[in-house]
Design a protein. Structure first.
Length: 252
């Protein structure tokens, strides 16, 4: 069983590890042993745990899950040369990773939190010699899409990487709207979850515009609600959200 070495033990690392744990051996590296133990407990199995100072990455497959600002200092604390580094760091260029970390190859990736349930939409770019291996690895946590360059990955970060937060806002707001009209909170939440589950399946094969047209009958309830969304500039706000997130990714 191939070993994946996680450097970093935050939420994204845990989500990815949960998706990989059945098919790969997991080990984790971090600054505090107590947090590594908490990571292990959350994962639900015994794993190898190491403190970061002088950790030897030689010939290892690394899943890099630290904060972008820590890349420079991280390079000073590791030794050896990794086989490949899969970086999930938003906005951190391959050039910067290669300048600070020793590795035969680097692949930038952007999974999302759905990795923990095997439904991440993961985008990737980097060393094409590892394209097949990278897509095979990240297919264990969902679907993958290999992109042509880092600019495309930064745009995809704004869409798929940050997207769960946008959809969570919309989901919460829709449930709040139902509660405002008199629906019980637990009923509203259960109905909202069912809505998103069904929509997730439908959107795989049907264009969003066709889905909308299929639901919206003339003068009906959907048309009234849709008009309210347009009056609230929801479409424009979503476009602006991608713009803002992409610009922020290029600044990190």
């Amino acid at each position: 069983m191939q070993t994946i070495t996680f450097i970093g033990n935050g939420n994204m690392a845990l989500s990815i590890a949960k998706g990989l744990v059945d098919e790969y051996k997991i080990e984790v590296v971090g600054r505090e042993m107590q947090k590594l133990i908490e990571f292990e407990d959350a994962l639900g199995i015994k794993i190898e745990k190491y403190l970061i100072d002088n950790f030897d990455i030689n010939a290892k497959t690394i899943m890099l899950c630290v904060k972008p600002a820590n890349v420079e200092s991280l390079g000073l604390r590791l030794k050896g040369k990794a086989k490949v580094i899969y970086s999930v760091l938003a906005g951190t260029a391959i050039k910067k990773l290669k300048e600070n970390l020793s590795s035969e190859a680097v692949v930038r990736t952007m999974p999302n939190l759905a990795a923990s349930v095997g439904l991440s939409m993961t985008t990737l770019t980097g060393d094409e010699n590892f394209q097949t291996q990278a897509q095979e690895l990240f297919s264990a946590i969902g679907t993958t899409r290999w992109l042509s360059n880092e600019k495309e990955l930064d745009i995809a970060t704004a869409l798929a990487g940050s997207g769960p937060a946008y959809l969570a806002l919309i989901a919460e707001a829709l449930a709040d709207g139902a509660v405002k009209q008199g629906l019980k909170r637990d009923d509203a939440m259960e109905i909202m979850r069912g809505l998103f589950g069904g929509f997730g399946a439908l959107i795989q094969d049907i264009h969003p515009a066709l889905l909308k047209d299929g639901v919206m009958s003339p003068g009906g309830t959907t048309a009234a609600g849709y008009a309210a969304l347009e009056e609230g500039n929801v479409r424009s706000a979503c476009i602006d959200a991608i713009d803002a997130a992409y610009k922020r990714a290029t600044q990190l």
